[in-house]
Design a binder for this molecule. Structure first.
Ligand SMILES: *[C@@H]1O[C@H](CO)[C@@H](O)[C@H](O)[C@H]1NC(C)=O
Length: 352
């Protein structure tokens, strides 16, 4: 009894028991083999070169292994488990115990497993994964986690508690890619991955005649992108100087217009521009900017007095008022003081 135990532990710790003595080594079972590679199989040391011995290598059965070979040690630290060598070394046949921390268990429900250092320098079995066991009487959270970036991307409808569903909608108003609903499972994980919001772009706005864009032109523009506009010389901007790509994929506004100046349609008559009565030829280029009001002088049909009629320059067009009559060159040269723009204004009662 004691002898058998000693023999067994010797086999377990060092694996140096000769094949003849260890009737316990299993046959190599290729069909059920979980290891990718087994060393060469053997019956005795003479089957293996000078550096190897014929030793029992777990499921691989008797195999040619170099007894000094070691398995990885120490193992990377794990949050959920602790590993401990049961053997003085981590070489072939050494045993390693992996124990889950309190509150954690292996998939088979146990909290400890023993691994053996194989001839392929790997610890036997799969890497043990300890997962949290259901807390018995849970005063802890009973909701599924919602990461910061999810909260910042979506409006969440629902409270994310176990056994309930939530619905997502993109804060940006964009369409959802993925499932717009999710279910918080009993183990406090989501049934589906969180969806994402489709990226929104604005299409290029229509071009501005007589103006230009102060930016690189693109085939599409990302949200919050600003386009600034300028108008060519002598054109006046009518509309926003800047438009912004909104999260809806629309621009904050229509692009501006660049409006042309107007030629003052009078030559031999004074007009009022910006509250000042002037000769058109004294005005730069005899033109007024878009939006400017020009007041013309018209003659009373029967009396020798004048009244005014205003027109507004709109994008290069400034019509004369219907009542305005352009003086002839002779009238202008010979009787400048009798020009309509120079005679007295009619009394309020004179104008019908
Ligand atoms: C021109 O006249 C209109 C109507 O009276 C007025 O609303 C506008 O402000 C005027 N424009 C300028 C540039 O004075």
């Amino acid at each position: 009894m004691d002898r058998a135990l000693l023999l067994l532990s010797l086999w377990a710790l060092t694996g140096v028991v000769s094949p003849q003595a260890s009737g316990s080594c299993p046959e190599r079972l290729l069909g059920e083999e979980t290891r990718k590679m087994c060393p060469r199989s053997c019956k005795s040391d003479s089957d293996c070169g000078s550096k190897r011995q014929c030793l029992c290598d777990g499921q691989c059965g008797l195999s040619c292994v170099a007894p000094g070979r070691t398995c990885p040690w120490p193992l990377p630290l794990s949050d959920n488990s602790e590993a401990r060598l049961l053997s003085p070394t981590h070489s072939f046949s050494a045993l390693l115990e992996v124990r889950c921390k309190p509150g954690f268990a292996l998939p088979n429900g146990l909290d400890v497993t023993v691994r053996r250092c194989q001839g392929d320098r790997q610890w036997s079995g799969d890497d043990p994964i300890c997962t949290a066991t259901q807390p018995p009487e849970s005063t802890a959270a009973t909701t599924c986690p919602l990461p910061e970036e999810v909260i910042n991307t979506f409006t969440i409808h629902g409270d994310a508690s176990v056994g309930t569903s939530i619905r997502y909608s993109c804060l940006s108003g964009a369409d959802i890619v993925g499932s717009s609903e999710n279910f918080c499972q009993d183990n406090q994980t989501w049934q589906f991955p969180h969806p994402i919001c489709k990226k929104v772009f604005c299409q290029p706005p229509k071009e501005v005649e007589q103006g230009y864009v102060v930016a690189v032109q693109k085939s599409e523009y990302e949200v919050d992108f600003d386009i600034h506009y300028l108008c060519k010389k002598n054109f006046l901007m009518d509309g926003p100087q800047k438009i912004t790509c909104l999260s809806t994929g629309d621009w904050s506004a229509l692009p501006p217009h660049c409006r042309a100046r107007c030629v003052i349609p009078a030559e031999r008559s004074r007009v009022v521009i910006g509250g000042v009565k002037r000769w058109p030829f004294d005005v730069t280029d005899a033109m007024v900017p878009h939006g400017e009001n020009v007041t013309f002088f018209c003659k009373h049909p029967r009396k020798q007095c004048s009244f005014t009629a205003a027109q507004t320059c709109f994008d290069g067009k400034l019509p004369t008022p219907a009542c305005y009559l352009e003086p002839t060159w002779l009238q202008f040269k010979l009787f400048p003081h009798r020009l309509v723009s120079e005679i007295d204004a009619c009394e309020p009662g004179d104008v019908e």
